[in-house]
Ligand binder design. Structure first.
Ligand SMILES: *Cc1c(COP(=O)(O)O)cnc(C)c1O
Length: 341
């Protein structure tokens, strides 16, 4: 089978969600044994859930159609209606899930400011209000994002994560990790998965970003929490049937595409250098470049065969992934460097 990317010369750096399943991944999907997952009878899905949970050092896992649903299931288990979630001001759960925590779970949110999304425990402690009494909103959960998407693929410092966890434990505050790109954090830092995921009550990971699976995320946590999340997933309309076709793609991605993320990180550094972006600001596969007029820059890049995304009044985002080769990155770097900024 020919890959569409080989016919189409456009280099798509808008997001690592644009990846398409490779021929080998598609074969794994075609060959998947399937059953009704709502009945708990889909073997590939059950295997994926168990594998991801074991890899991250948690008891159980739940396959979900999207990362947003995985995050929202985690949050609703940790925060009651009218209670408060704390998150980074640029967190995906705050900015990119369209108010889901408020709409579905009645959760109120406050945010701490950060530099590039990097976690600083003092910033969290400064705004937390556990047990606020009868007249103020009580903080009942904290969400951490690793890597931090709108921060620019930032890998969270382990010491700050531990400090937040210690504070949360002391005050009985729940902890959710939005680990959509935890894979990238692992590859960039060398920190073992269980160390990245331990100390959190719930953790979500995306199979459909840089890993290249077409659909799906996994939420992990304790067996009790995941059993509750399974009920809420069905209630949200996220109970799917022969999901083995999707889970097989996700398992293939998990087995074959984690280590190669290092190539994406190297390609991101090539792009950063071409756009005079501080290499210190590029931890993983995301590059933020400053331009005077993002719309003009995006249009000019598109005309030259490179897609990038506007992500702010003076910012464009470039994301490397499975469908961007080293040659593609070099060509994109050349094209983008020649554009007026
Ligand atoms: C992509 C992403 C998600 C999930 O997004 P979906 O499009 O709902 O799968 C969650 N968190 C972060 C940080 C992300 O980048």
């Amino acid at each position: 089978m020919r890959r569409r990317g080989y016919r189409c010369p456009v280099i798509d750096l808008r997001s690592d969600t644009v990846t398409r399943p490779t021929p080998a991944m598609r074969r794994a999907m075609v060959d998947a044994e399937v059953g009704d997952d709502v009945f708990g009878e889909d073997p590939e899905t059950t295997a994926l859930e168990q594998e991801v949970a074991a890899l991250l050092g948690h008891e159980a896992g739940l396959f979900t159609p999207s990362g947003s649903m995985a995050n929202q299931l985690g949050l609703r288990l940790l925060v009651g209606p009218g209670e408060e979630l704390l998150a980074d001001v640029q967190a995906h759960v705050v900015r990119a899930e369209l108010g889901a925590a408020a709409v579905f779970s009645g959760i109120t949110t406050r945010t701490w400011a950060s530099d590039r999304g990097r976690l600083v425990a003092d910033a969290v402690r400064a705004i937390a209000e556990p047990n606020a009494g009868a007249y103020s909103v009580s903080t009942t959960a904290i969400a951490v994002e690793n890597t931090h998407n709108f921060g620019g693929g930032t890998v969270q410092p382990v010491a700050e994560v531990r400090a937040v966890q210690e504070f949360a434990r002391e005050h009985g505050i729940g902890l959710h990790l939005d680990g959509a790109r935890l894979w990238n954090a692992h590859v960039a830092s060398g920190t073992p998965f269980p160390d990245l995921a331990s100390g959190f009550d719930t953790v979500s990971v995306c199979m459909s970003k840089g890993l290249g699976a077409p659909v799906g995320s996994v939420l992990v946590g304790s067996a009790d929490r995941i059993a509750a999340a399974r009920i809420w997933r069905k209630r949200y309309g996220g109970g799917m049937r022969q999901t083995g076709i999707l889970a097989a793609g996700a398992r293939y991605a998990l087995h074959e595409h984690v280590d190669r993320l290092a190539e994406d990180h190297a390609n991101a550094r090539v792009l950063a250098a071409a756009l005079d972006v501080d290499p210190e600001s590029v931890d993983t596969n995301i590059v933020f470049a400053q331009v005077s007029d993002p719309d003009t820059f995006v249009a000019a890049a598109e005309a030259a065969g490179v897609r990038v995304m506007r992500l702010g009044r003076t910012t464009v985002r470039l994301v490397t992934h499975l469908d961007v080769s080293a040659e593609d990155a070099a060509r994109a770097a050349e094209v983008l460097a020649a554009l007026p900024r």
